[in-house]
Design a protein around this ligand. Structure first.
Ligand SMILES: Nc1nc2c(c(=O)[nH]1)N[C@H]1C(S)=C(S)[C@@H](COP(=O)(O)OP(=O)(O)OC[C@H]3O[C@@H](n4cnc5c(N)ncnc54)[C@H](O)[C@@H]3O)O[C@H]1N2
Ligand code: MOO
Length: 478
């Protein structure tokens, strides 16, 4: 079920019907549809008949889980084969995009010798020995202003009044700043000695013809776009952002801004994912809200147009957790279940060329699974090879934290000074733990935790929100 107008999701209400099939009537779209329920809670006989590559975990539980490293390996293998498509955009839209090609300068910047100071263009030799006590007198023969050609050819004993950025007249090879000059009518008295080329910005001193200014795949920062402007480029070829579809499942979800019926909750994960996808360079293709029924989820999965699909909820072992089986049926789901906390039911696979991430419904799990896996994949497609999009700093643990061997833990924490105060490892439904936290640290699977005082990297969700800095350079663990 999709709410095109972004209104409430609500439950599709089951309508009593005399036929053998139940029907769902969606009160918001007005659609009624038959539900033949081809995917049912599996019997043990059905489970025995499944190919060994995928095991339905509904109402039976995960038997094996992959490590975080194995999931990352799969992600890396997928991103390397992903085709990159480009488009040309005007420079005014280039900020924050990734360059599709290497760009070299077709011109010298600056394209002519120019003054770096307001003052007088002179022949450097004429100023030799000039001081406050023994100034050198010169005759003003004209002026040079920015943007206007200067046709004067300077001879010994002459000078040209010149402004910063204006062309150096022929014959001049230095500029005396106005602070070292006394002007009286058409004469100046120079009170300092300047060497050749003093205060002159040379042709090509910034960039020469053929200099590479942008590398293929590079993220375009404000200054990169400005450099492109400085070489006269009106547009730039950039990578098309990966198109990301967000499918939000859950009959219990209603949109913020509407009434909250009994036993329903406000939908939060689409807002979390929308922001994270945008941050990581993806383009939201659509956000679709679907009921917990296999037909709707299947339809949302089968539509073309997305490079990546994120499914929120229904990833685990509940009777209504259809997404894993659907992805396995329509394509492949090589990873389902990860030895980590939270986000253990995370899955990933593909349907044809679309890469699918099953993100657990619990909001903290959804966020953690996105940041660990889907975000990593998206960033890789954008040539952003950082493991995390967060600034890291080293802090000292204010108290001991424990974790079983073999499990990776994502620990939300506050940073006070250089002290890391762990908030939570469990409680993946407590979304506000992520807003009370400044960031997170990780207990890797080969560790049983850290004693109080251990220095560890903490990843700051956004350092505009948490401007604290610590200076200890070395972590005890990496
Ligand atoms: N027997 C087992 N039960 C569960 C296991 C398990 O291994 N064995 N795993 C648990 C873990 S861990 C998690 S996490 C959850 C994940 O379950 P699902 O991915 O199927 O998610 P849902 O059941 O749909 O939702 C879980 C929880 O989150 C709320 N939710 C869902 N979507 C949203 C949303 N868009 N915005 C806000 N809140 C949302 C939902 O109402 C549920 O409360 O499974 C455990 N169970
Ligand atoms: O991923 Mo779950 O949220 O660990 O409880």
């Amino acid at each position: 079920m999709e709410t095109g107008d972004g209104k409430r999701l609500g439950n599709p209400f089951l309508r009593n019907d005399s036929s053998s099939h139940p029907q769902f009537h969606c009160q918001y779209t007005g659609n009624t549809f038959r539900v033949p329920l081809p995917i049912e809670t599996p019997t043990w006989q059905a489970l025995m008949q499944q190919p060994p590559s995928f095991r339905d975990v509904r109402m039976s539980g995960f038997r094996d889980r992959n490590s975080v490293a194995e999931a990352w390996e799969w992600i890396d293998s997928q991103s390397s084969s992903f085709p990159q498509v480009s488009e040309t955009v005007p420079l005014s839209s280039a900020y924050g995009r990734w360059a599709a090609t290497t760009i070299t300068s077709p011109i010298n910047v600056p394209p002519f010798d120019r003054s770096a100071m307001d003052g007088f263009a002179v022949i450097a030799d004429d100023t030799t020995g000039a001081t406050n006590f023994q100034p050198t007198t010169m005759r003003i023969v004209g002026h040079s202003y920015p943007g206007t050609p200067c046709t004067i050819s300077l001879k010994s004993g002459e000078c040209v009044q010149i402004m910063t950025g204006a062309p150096i007249p022929e014959g001049a090879d230095a500029v005396v700043p106005i602070e070292y000059v006394d002007v009286s009518s058409d004469r100046i008295r120079v009170t300092t000695t300047v060497g050749p080329m003093k205060n002159i910005g040379r042709i090509g001193e910034d960039l020469k013809v053929g200099d590479a200014v942008i590398q293929q795949g590079q993220f375009l920062r404000p200054q990169d776009v400005a450099v492109l402007a400085s070489i006269g480029a009106p547009e730039v070829s950039v990578l098309l952002p990966p198109r990301v579809r967000i499918i939000v499942t859950g009959n219990e979800l209603v949109q913020p801004g509407t009434d909250l019926p009994d036993h329903q909750i406000y939908e939060a994960n689409s807002f979390l994912l929308r922001g994270a996808v945008t941050r990581d360079g993806g383009q939201i293709e659509s956000i679709q809200f679907v009921a917990d029924d296999p037909q709707s989820i299947r339809a949302a999965l089968e539509q073309s147009g997305a490079d990546i699909i994120l499914i929120s909820g229904g990833s685990s072992v509940g009777a209504e957790d259809y997404a894993p089986q659907l992805v396995a049926d329509l394509g492949e789901l090589p990873i389902h279940g990860i030895r980590m906390r939270p986000s253990s039911p995370t899955g990933m696979g593909r349907i044809e060329s679309t890469v699918i991430f099953l993100l657990p419904g619990n909001p903290v799990s959804c966020m953690c699974a996105y940041d660990f896996f889907a975000g990593r994949f998206l960033r890789k497609l954008c040539n952003d090879t950082r493991d995390w999009p967060f600034p890291a700093t080293i802090g000292e643990l204010a108290k001991k934290v424990s974790s079983p061997l073999g499990r990776t833990d994502y620990c939300r924490a506050q940073l006070r000074g250089n002290q890391i105060h762990p908030l939570a490892i469990s409680g993946a439904s407590i979304l506000s733990s992520t807003t009370r936290a400044d960031g997170f640290f990780i207990i890797p699977e080969e560790s049983e935790g850290f004693s109080s005082g251990t220095r560890v990297p903490i990843y700051i969700y956004d350092d505009r929100r948490s401007p604290q800095r610590v200076s200890n350079p070395q972590p005890d663990i990496v």
